[in-house]
Design a protein around this ligand. Sequence first.
Ligand code: SF4
Length: 95
Amino acid sequence: MNKMPPVKKCEVESCYFNNEQRCRAGAITVGSGEPRCETFAQSASHSRVDTQAEVGACHVTSCRYNDQMLCEAAGIDVVVHKDHADCETYEPRQS
Ligand code: SF4
């Protein structure tokens, strides 16, 4: 198995795991019907753990970087989308 890709940057500052636009979770899961960060946790306080999250699993099999629900991108960025967090690195597979 390849190394899990890092979450390089996360703009979702309303999330508990976000501190200085870095994700401080151990690993995140991306999924649902869109490339949504399922680890997002709305909070006014923030983790102080000095770590950089990785992508542990991704359910978005329509993405070109998805291989057997693992992410093969070099790294991902996460952005605000409406009221939640989305993987900005998502790219649809070429047909
Ligand atoms: S780049 Fe694609 S495979 Fe990787 S986490 Fe984002 S949506 Fe999932």
